[in-house]
Design a protein around this ligand. Structure first.
Ligand code: 5RP
Length: 260
């Protein structure tokens, strides 16, 4: 592990490190997008260099590049068809392990890949844990054609729902709209609080022009939360269990050396 990591990077690193324990030889693995998922890809790259055989299905062009650089064999979802496990980050998660994702703009591929997996494990730092989803703006992917109309329709639909805000903004990349890997735009919904995430997810996807929304309901099985002091909490929703381990970040030795 690099010696001079910030507490937030240490938190992401230890969460990714713990998630590697879920990866078995021969697995087909969905690889998430974002800074926490990037730690996972690096950790997996080290394992691959030591002999682990996995095939990764990346959820973005960024992750595909990182994975190839790390020496991980990469394929498409169409080639792999079904995956053993997906490991990804999240922008928020609640006690039922429902998520907001898409802060990095990859929510569409992320949702398809996670849904095509036997199990989804989320890796996060402690700041992502919330009582109620919605402080993080909810990303909604829309097709560019008529996006202004989709925006109005979205805001109108929100009026009748259990949320604490109805404004939305087009995500920008400098002076031009941010464009996803699928060639779409993203509208970020400023809801502040989502009272009924399940209902909201269904309603949003009925609006013409909406491709997908960033609410992941009943998709995630396990959340692994890392902290800057090396603590890691594992919350498994199916087993109804939370476990905790602590990695010694002061050790000079390789953090990977303590595994079985
Ligand atoms: C990308 C995502 C990411 O998983 C999410 O934004 C978390 O990113 P990070 O690990 O950088 O905080 O959904 O679309």
């Amino acid at each position: 592990m690099p010696a001079d990591l910030s507490p937030i990077d240490k938190a992401k690193f230890v969460a990714a490190r713990r998630a590697c324990d879920y990866v078995e030889d021969g697995m087909k693995l969905g690889l998430g997008t974002g800074s926490t998922a990037a730690w996972l890809v690096r950790c997996l790259g080290e394992r691959v260099a030591e002999g682990l055989r996995i095939t990764g299905v990346p959820t973005s062009t960024r992750t595909a590049e990182l994975a190839r650089e790390a020496g991980i064999r990469v394929t498409s979802l169409d080639e792999a068809r079904w995956l053993d496990l997906t490991i990804d980050g999240a922008d928020e998660y609640d006690g039922a392990l429902n998520l907001i994702k898409g802060g990095g703009g990859a929510l569409l591929q992320e949702k398809i890949v996670a849904t095509a997996s036997d199990r989804m494990v989320v890796i996060a730092d402690g700041s992502k844990k919330v009582d109620t989803l919605g402080a993080f703006p909810l990303p909604v992917e829309v097709i560019p054609f008529g996006w202004q109309t989709s925006k109005v329709l979205l805001e109108e639909a929100l009026e009748g729902l259990d949320v604490m805000g109805t404004d939305s903004s087009l995500r920008m990349n400098g002076e031009t709209p941010f464009v996803t890997d699928e060639g779409n735009f993203i509208l970020d919904l400023h809801l502040n609080r989502i009272g009924n995430a399940r209902q909201l997810a269904l309603v949003l996807n009925q609006i013409p022009g909406v491709v997908e929304n960033g609410l992941f309901i009943d998709i995630c099985d396990v959340v692994i939360t890392g902290y800057g002091d090396g603590r890691v909490e594992v919350h498994d929703i199916n087993e109804g269990r939370t476990d905790e381990v602590k990695y010694d970040l002061t050790e000079e030795t390789n953090i990977f050396s303590d595994r079985d």
